[in-house]
Design a protein around this ligand. Structure first.
Ligand code: FES
Ligand SMILES: [Fe+2]
Length: 382
C-alpha cells in the first residue's frame, strides 16, 4: 500500500498510474502526490498551461481601447489589453530592457511605461520609447516589443495560449460552439465577476465541479433541494467534456426563488435542461435557461488556485428595470454554493497532503473525474 513515490518509482513513469488508466468501474483515483508534488505541478505548467488555450474571462471587461488588466497565470505575468484598433491582445508582462513588470493591476492607459527606466510600449506591444538608447549600438526598436501571447475569442470569451504553435482556438473548442450556440453568449453581458483564492490544487476544484456525487452532502441544505434527473455525460468533440441535466426552471436560483424570463431561442437540450461543460483544463460553464456562469481557474501554486466566478445574462435581461433587484437572487445562490465547494476543497487538499494519504477508488457518479485524471496523465507522463 505504499505510495508510488515511496516505492521509488519515477514520478512520470506511466507504469505507476496503471490504476488510473483502467475503466471507471475498476479505476483508481489519481495518487495524492498529483495534487501535492511540486515536480508534478511544474510538469503540468510546462506541458498543460503553457500549451493549451487558457480561458481568461470576458472581453466586455475591457470595452475601450487602452483598457487593460494584468494577471499572473500559473506564475506567468501577462497583460490583456484592448488595442487601438479595438482588438483584444495579450502580451508577456516583462520589460525587454531588464525584465520588470511594465503594467500593474488594471485600468486604462495610452501606452505601457515601464516603472523602472521608462521604456514605453504601445498597446499593440511595440516598443515606442527607450530613454538614452541612442548610444546603444545596433539597437532596433522593432526587435524589442513585448513578447506576444496569442489571444482568440469565442462568444465574447477570451482564451490565450502561450504556445506560438498551438492549433487555433476553434480546434480546441471542437463542437462546443455548435452544441451551446443557442444560448447566444455573444449577446450576453457579464454583470458580476468575483474572485476567490482557493487553498487547493486546481484539479481538486475542477473535479468537484464535475461531479454531482458531493451535492447531497456538501450542498444538502442548498442545491440538493433542486429537483431533477441525474446529470448525464454528453458526447463531445474537442478539448471539452460535459454533463447535461434535465430539469424544470433555472439552475441558477435556489428553490422557491423566481427569476428572469428564459433566454430567447434556446434549442434542443438547452431548452429542457442545463449544460455543464468543462473546457480543458480548468474552465467550467453552467449554462442554464436564463443565464450562464463560469468558473475560471488560474493556478497559483501546487496548493493554491485563483477562482474567478463570472455571471452573464442576455443583454435584454440586464436592461430590465427590475434587473438589479431580481439578480440578487442569483448572486445569493452562487454566494452560498460556491463557498461550500471552496471549503470542502480546502479540506480535501489538507487530507491529500498527508504522508498517509493513499490512492482511492471512484463511483459510477464520477466519470468526469476519471476523464480529467486521464487527460492530465496523457499530457504529463513520459
Ligand atoms: S526594466 Fe523596464 S525600462 Fe528598465
Ligand atoms: Fe459543489
Amino acid at each position: 500500500m505504499l505510495d508510488d513515490l515511496q516505492r521509488g518509482e519515477s514520478l512520470f513513469d506511466p507504469a505507476a498510474y496503471a490504476g488510473v488508466r483502467r475503466p471507471l468501474e475498476e479505476a483508481e483515483t489519481l495518487p495524492p502526490h498529483c495534487y501535492t508534488s511540486e515536480a508534478f505541478y511544474q510538469r503540468e505548467v510546462k506541458r498543460i498551461f503553457m500549451k493549451v488555450w487558457n480561458f481568461v474571462g470576458r472581453a466586455d471587461r475591457i470595452p475601450n481601447p487602452g483598457d487593460f488588466f494584468t494577471l499572473d497565470f500559473a506564475g506567468i505575468p501577462t497583460i490583456i489589453v484592448r488595442a487601438q484598433n479595438g482588438q483584444v491582445r495579450a502580451h508577456a508582462n516583462s520589460c525587454r530592457h531588464r525584465g520588470a513588470l511594465v503594467a500593474l493591476g488594471e485600468g486604462n492607459c495610452r501606452a505601457f511605461k515601464c516603472p523602472y527606466h521608462s521604456w514605453v510600449y504601445g498597446l499593440d506591444g511595440n516598443l515606442i520609447g527607450a530613454p538614452e538608447i541612442d548610444r546603444t549600438k545596433h539597437f532596433a526598436f522593432e526587435q524589442y516589443g513585448l513578447v506576444p501571447v496569442r489571444l482568440e475569442t469565442w462568444g465574447g470569451f477570451m482564451f490565450m495560449s502561450y504556445d506560438p504553435d498551438a492549433a487555433p482556438l476553434s480546434d480546441w473548442l471542437g463542437d462546443l460552439p455548435e452544441k451551446l450556440g443557442s444560448y447566444g453568449f455573444d449577446d450576453m453581458v457579464c454583470t458580476r465577476r468575483k474572485e476567490y483564492v482557493l487553498e487547493c490544487n486546481w484539479k481538486v476544484y475542477v473535479e468537484n465541479a464535475m461531479e454531482a456525487y458531493h451535492v447531497a452532502t456538501v450542498h444538502r441544505s442548498t442545491l440538493q433541494k433542486q429537483k431533477g434527473r441525474m446529470a448525464e455525460q454528453q458526447e463531445t468533440k474537442g478539448e471539452w467534456i460535459a454533463l447535461w441535466k434535465e430539469h424544470e426552471g433555472s439552475r441558477a436560483l435556489l428553490t422557491g426563488d423566481v427569476g428572469f424570463p428564459f433566454i430567447a431561442g434556446l434549442k434542443d437540450q438547452a431548452a429542457t435542461g442545463s449544460w455543464y461543460p468543462l473546457i480543458y483544463p480548468s474552465t467550467m460553464f453552467g449554462a442554464t435557461k436564463d443565464c450562464m456562469w463560469w468558473l475560471e481557474m488560474h493556478p497559483i501554486s501546487v496548493s493554491q488556485t485563483r477562482l474567478i466566478v463570472g455571471s452573464c445574462f442576455p443583454k435584454a435581461t440586464a436592461a430590465r428595470d427590475d434587473f438589479e433587484v431580481v439578480v440578487q437572487r442569483y448572486y445569493k445562490r452562487w454566494d452560498i454554493s460556491i463557498p461550500e465547494d471552496n471549503d470542502i476543497s480546502a479540506i480535501q487538499q489538507k487530507g491529500l497532503s498527508s504522508p498517509l494519504a493513499r490512492t482511492g477508488r471512484l463511483t459510477y457518479l464520477e466519470p468526469l473525474v476519471h476523464d480529467l485524471g486521464n487527460w492530465v496523465l496523457d499530457r504529463v507522463l513520459d
